[in-house]
Structures are given as structure tokens and as C-alpha cells.
Write a protein that binds this ligand. Structure first.
Ligand code: C5P
Length: 234
């Protein structure tokens, strides 16, 4: 079985990130580099994390005009990332440009194309807030709308909340990969996550990948925590 655990490297600096990645790499499938680590440590951090042998998910959530997003995706492919994110509300032309750039740049470099993942509605937003910025309907309707737009544009994966997995599985083609954060080993350890599932529940609901941060990096023994989560899936 492919290891579906993606560890969020939500640590302040390159040294801590590399130390954590080396420690847990044998027990996980990939590492997520977000905007804080990327901005503070620079693109070199991608190479350092790739050097552990694990895949890299570059979570910079590109959202710009199609030409700019295509170039940013090409630059990410040049860094040898295996997954990256774009905002689906950037629209069809932007999503198509992102996917095309991922395919063409990786083909030119002789690498497999990275998975371009669409972000729908950030889970920090509620219906009032999306209405305030001009979006009609509720969050669920907007997630569904954006998921359809992304899928029609050729996007092959989406980031979603644990509680959206089952509904998205109903409406999307089965080959679309679903990546979900909000994973907790038990219901008693939620931190600031309001909607959580266990790793096993999320996989049963149809997730393809699990983004896990604090339950691994804040554990007394991160490697053991990752191994236990992996064992809970079999
Ligand atoms: O520590 P925790 O497991 O909650 O970390 C989850 C990771 O997933 C963090 O990097 C967080 O920014 C990210 N994320 C999230 N919820 C979203 C989107 C991303 O928790 N809706």
C-alpha cells in the first residue's frame, strides 16, 4: 500500500524542518512545505526535504492570472515537487494553465508530472464571510461548485475538509485524488481543528492522502506517532 501520510512541516525554520523530516521520513509518504517555511527558508528547503527520499507537497496556493500561475507552477516543477496547490476560484483558464504547465514542464525535464491540487473554500471561512465577498449560497454549495469547475478544467486532485470527503466522492470522477487535513488520532485532541476524523475514518470515507501536522511533529516521539497512525490504517 502507498503510504498516504503527508506530514505538515509547520515548524519555524529549515533546521527544525530537516531534522523532523529525517526522523520521520521512513514512516511517511510526503512532506508539506507551506508558505511560512518556504518564505523563511527559501526554495532550497525543497531540495533538503527531497534529499530525505520523501515526496514534497508545496502548499503555496497559487492564485493569479493564468500566465503567472503557469510560470509559478513551472518553477515548482523545477524544484522537483510532487504535489502543489492552486485556488480553484482562480477560474477555468487559470486551472487549465496550471495543469498544462505541470504536464509540459515535467515532460521537458523527464519527470512525472506533479499532482496539481485545487483548494476550494478555505475551512476558516463560513457562509457569512463568503457571502460578504460576493459569493451566493452556502459553503457546501460553493465547495461543490468549485470542485466541479476544477474537475472539468482537468485538475486531478482537491484539498478538502474531512467532512467534505464523502460528498465530493459522490459527485467527482473516482480518479480524482482527495487530500484532507483535520486528522486526529482521537476525538479528545483536536487543537484548533473543529471538524476532525481519525486517519482510518478519513481513508474509509474516500481520502487519498492525509495531511497531518501536530499529531506527528508535536508528539514526544514523532516517528513512533507516524508509525502508529500508519498501523491504524491496515
Ligand atoms: O497540525 P494539524 O494536523 O492541524 O495541521 C494541519 C495542516 O493542514 C496545517 O498545515 C494546516 O495549515 C493545513 N490545513 C488545515 N485546514 C485546511 C487547510 C490546510 O488544517 N482547511
Amino acid at each position: 500500500m502507498r503510504n498516504p501520510i503527508i506530514v505538515a512541516l509547520d515548524v519555524p525554520g529549515a533546521d527544525q524542518a530537516v531534522r523532523l523530516a529525517r526522523e520521520v521520513a521512513p514512516a511517511v509518504g510526503a512532506f508539506k512545505i507551506g508558505s511560512e517555511l518556504f518564505t523563511s527558508a527559501g526554495p532550497d528547503i525543497v531540495k533538503k526535504i527531497r534529499a530525505t527520499g520523501a515526496a514534497v507537497f508545496l502548499d503555496l496556493k497559487f492564485h493569479d492570472i493564468p500566465n503567472t500561475v503557469a510560470k509559478a507552477v513551472a518553477a515548482a516543477v523545477g524544484l522537483d515537487v510532487q504535489m502543489l496547490t492552486v485556488h480553484t476560484c482562480g477560474g477555468t483558464a487559470m486551472l487549465q494553465a496550471a495543469e498544462k504547465s505541470a504536464q509540459e514542464t515535467s515532460a521537458a525535464l523527464g519527470r512525472p508530472a506533479p499532482l496539481v491540487l485545487g483548494v476550494t473554500v478555505l475551512t476558516s471561512l463560513d457562509t457569512n464571510e463568503i457571502n460578504e465577498v460576493g459569493v451566493a449560497g452556502n459553503v457546501g454549495q460553493q465547495v461543490e461548485r468549485l470542485a466541479r469547475v476544477a474537475s472539468a478544467a482537468g485538475i486531478r486532485g482537491l484539498v478538502c475538509s474531512p467532512l467534505e470527503i464523502a460528498d465530493l466522492r459522490q459527485l467527482l470522477p473516482p480518479e480524482i485524488e482527495l487530500i484532507t487535513p483535520g486528522i486526529r488520532p482521537g476525538k479528545d485532541s483536536r487543537d484548533d481543528q473543529k471538524r476532525t476524523l481519525t486517519a482510518r475514518e478519513a481513508m474509509s470515507a474516500g481520502a487519498t492522502w492525509l495531511v497531518i501536522g501536530r499529531p506527528i511533529y508535536a508528539a514526544a516521539d514523532p516517528r513512533k506517532a507516524a508509525e502508529e497512525i500508519l498501523a491504524s490504517l491496515s
